[in-house]
Design a protein around this ligand. Structure first.
Ligand code: NAD
Length: 431
């Protein structure tokens, strides 16, 4: 445990998470929640495909039943971009409301968080965005209440103070991270993933897996510089004893239930456990952070050319977030394992490996074998080449990763330009 001995380094960590309510059918309670918040008019965010599904109908019915008038914004872009985030902000800024409901996957919840922030505290888009891409200004004050109702078992965005979008000028994702951005309440209702296409369940579930392993293998929080003021302590602090518990449990649950949840949407137990796993991992990584698989995923998403993801009903080329992360994971964990072999072995054990007699030198291989087995069972593409990337794309992929300090600096093993190029080369083909 850290003490005050070295004034340059961090000595404390802090846990923050949204209030979480879990249960089948709890979506129906959202209207009563808003009434109890004293809300008079709600703004509801969702994406165009979800607009016609029962999850959104249930939310709107609950608002009607509780006499909460609402305005629906159903134009959230799947994998939001800077333009689509600005559209959501403009809409929130001119639409009267005193509370927000986000019903959808990470795309919807993140768009709603950003709209809430800039509508409450107007600023240039880059003002609150993570440095060095943005200015990283702290959120100046409280936001309006936001209830997040996830419809994927994936991002954990219902628990975190993070909003991610594709920043087109850089052709890479970036984000805003601040505790004040986190939803007031996350309603985690496994009814809402009943309609999830198998490909989305697989991709978003592998995002959970990476959240858990990356937060558990991130540098310890004591390895970061100490902030001048508590408000400047980042949301992503490095691994810490409380995040470890949530991340490891999320990993065990993902190992046990993800394949089942993908194979059979009527498997209530598996869907419920995956929704919990996503929220558990959200509490873990939302305070510890993620590292290279996520940092490298941001240009993999941003530089997409023609890839059409199976199972995603969208009108633009897109690499699903979970796919963009998991394809980097085997290369990264082979690279990072020598810096923290015990943690990589414990992650492998949570995924079912027998590590009783394992040699620490084999930690990367053992963990990677478990991840690849899961990827193959879930029919992931075999590496970045399957998305249309070639070795000639590596310089651009590296350029898009280098500014992702918020996450890359949490890697247990530093990765500069040369190391990242090697990692992308190794991620071209996974098995
Ligand atoms: N804020 C965070 O902490 C955080 C963490 C990880 C990822 N993200 C971001 O979240 C986004 C990805 O979110 P996601 O993986 O949850 O998916 P998503 O919101 O992008 O949705 C993926 C697709 O699934 C569909 N869909 C979602 N739920 C459905 C349901 N129940 N039934 C039928 N179709 C459904 C959507 O319409 C969409 O076509 C990315 O932009 C990523 O960067 C944010």
């Amino acid at each position: 445990m850290a003490n005050h001995a070295n004034a340059d380094f961090e000595y404390a960590f802090e846990m923050a998470a949204s209030g979480i309510r879990f249960g089948f059918g709890t979506t129906r309670e959202v209207g009563a929640d808003l009434a109890d918040f004293g809300a008079h008019r709600a703004l509801v965010f969702t994406d165009p495909a979800l607009r016609c599904l029962p999850c959104v109908a249930t939310v709107l019915q609950s608002l009607d039943d509780n006499d909460i008038p609402f305005t629906l914004f159903d134009r959230v872009r799947v994998e939001p971009s800077d333009e689509s985030i600005l559209e959501a902000i403009r809409f929130a800024s001119v639409t009267p409301h005193d509370a927000i409901v986000a019903v959808g996957g990470g795309s919807t919840i993140d768009a709603a968080k950003a709209a809430n922030l800039y509508a409450c505290w107007p600023a240039d888009l880059l003002d609150y965005v993570n440095p060095p891409i943005g200015k990283g200004k702290p959120v100046p004050g409280l936001l309006k209440p936001l209830i997040a109702i996830p419809t994927t078992a994936g991002t954990g965005s219902e628990t975190t103070g993070v909003a991610i979008f594709d920043y087109k000028p850089l052709r890479a994702k970036t984000g805003i991270a601040h505790r004040r951005l986190k939803p007031t309440l996350g309603i985690v209702d496994p009814e809402n993933t009943r309609t999830l296409p198998a490909a989305v369940a697989a991709s978003s579930g592998l995002d959970v897996l990476c959240h858990a392993i990356e937060s558990f293998t991130a540098i310890p929080y004591t390895g970061r510089p100490r902030p001048d003021r508590p408000i400047l302590r980042p949301a992503y602090q490095g691994s810490n004893p409380i995040s470890d518990i949530w991340s490891m449990e999320a990993l065990r649950m993902t190992a046990k239930y993800l394949r089942r949840a993908v194979a059979d949407p009527s498997d209530d137990e598996a869907r419920a456990q995956m929704m919990l796993a996503a929220a558990y991992a959200g509490v873990g990584f939302g305070n510890a952070g993620v590292h290279l698989p996520h940092g490298m995923s941001y240009p993999v998403s941003g530089l997409v050319r023609g890839y059409q993801a199976p199972g995603y009903t969208v009108d633009h080329a897109l690499v699903p977030h979970g796919v963009s992360v998991i394809l980097n994971a085997p290369a990264v964990f082979r690279f990072t394992a020598p810096a923290a072999p015990e943690r990589h072995l414990l992650a492998a054990e949570a995924l079912g490996a027998d590590i009783g007699r394992a040699n620490p030198n084999d930690a990367g291989r053992i963990l990677t074998e478990r991840i690849i087995a899961m990827m193959r069972d879930l029919e992931m593409p075999n590496g970045l080449q399957a998305l249309g990337y070639h070795s000639s794309d590596i310089p651009a992929l590296v350029e898009g990763t280098l500014p992702q300090h918020r996450v890359t600096k949490l890697s247990p093993r530093p990765a500069g330009r040369e190391e990242l190029a090697g990692l992308f080369e190794n991620a071209m083909s996974v098995w």
